[in-house]
Write a protein that binds this ligand. Sequence first.
Ligand code: XLS
Ligand code: NI
Ligand code: NI
Length: 437
Amino acid sequence: MEYYQGIPKITYKGKDSKDPFSFKFYNPDEVIGGKTMREHLRFAMSYWHTMCAEGVDMFGAGTSDKSYGAKDPVEQAKAKADAAFELMDKLDIDYFCFHDRDIVAEGETLKESNERLDIISAYIKDLMKKHNKKLLWGTANCFGNKRYMHGASTSPNADVFAFTVAQIKKAVEITVALGGEGYVFWGGREGYETLLNTDMAKEQDNMAKMMRMVVDYARSIGFKGDFYIEPKPKEPTKHQYDFDSATCLAFLRKYGLDKDFKLNIEANHATLASHTFQHELRVARDNGVFGSIDANSGDPNLGWDTDQFPTNIYDTTLAMYEVIKAGGFVHGGLNFDAKTRRGSFTKEDIFLAYIAGMDAFALGLRKAYTLIEDGRIDKFVEDRYSSYNTGIGKKITDGSATIEELEAYALKMGDVTTNTSGRQEYLEDVVNAVLFG
Ligand code: XLS
Ligand code: NI
Ligand code: NI
């Protein structure tokens, strides 16, 4: 059965194409900087937004139907999977990502849920082979069910901790069975509403215990990929423990988890943390934990996760600049953790949204390379720190300068007379010239 009737296979037709069902900038097999665009970008479809979410918001019911013409949960899950692979084929997307509960509805008991997962993961495995698709990462939804009202691994209730670990164990098993290249921890309710009822230290110790158990188990069953923490500062809880890249790093280092983990950076979560997307990527890159990206965008005027498809070229360019400088994706990729607006409810809208997002990152990749080849930005930054290459600066860099030596140097100087301009406005103009020139 064809679920997206009338939608053609999307191909590259170039920037002058007026065909809405064509890529204007994403030319999968075109080589840029020694790799094809497909290899650079490693696009992934998010199962939850694309295949499950119906446009429900706080004020109204869904606007699009994601039942796939079936009622029985397992039959519906199969139909949904068929539709998912048709969509990936038509969009030429190689990867997908899912939560356990996205691929089949939760049962009455953990046992029933696990049995359903066995059926549907075997079904998906066949589809993956047939359609030549890969799993970028898997994860567990440990936030939707009401048992997680006080958190999952950070719940004050030990039964909830046990259930969480058991649920994640199964999610890891299916991720491994499907050849997943990554496994994500997004702490959906791992945080607090008020410190008046919260033992923050204990909750974080428990979260680390859960992660350690999962890492050890996953490695023991042959998982070779990356574990990711996905930072987010708030929503659903008032304060999420995985606040931002820097906070996650401190957590990973405190508990000795930093060797196994990288970060999955989401653009909208950066916005919520009052950072730029580029900032979060830079922190990850500078600390050797850049892993993967949840590609979306937020609305700076709003305080919540709008999960819009990314279309801002300034942002995608600077993001791809960081990705290139980090050496590119290894196990990670660009997962569209994005949903169409509630009013964009037709099946065509999903395709148009993916096309817009994929084109935005394809153009961002092209422009990031141009920015690097242009060289003015990199050169400027290099020159800006050149005082550390000679004389006293070199000694500071080497670590050989002593506090007394620096004092003597400063006393001799009397005052600093060598500051030069940061040239911010000029550099912004350079970026504009590269983007629009
Ligand atoms: C929610 C998160 C979630 C993760 C996966 O804000 O972005 O979708 O990516 O659990
Ligand atoms: Ni996400
Ligand atoms: Ni999000």
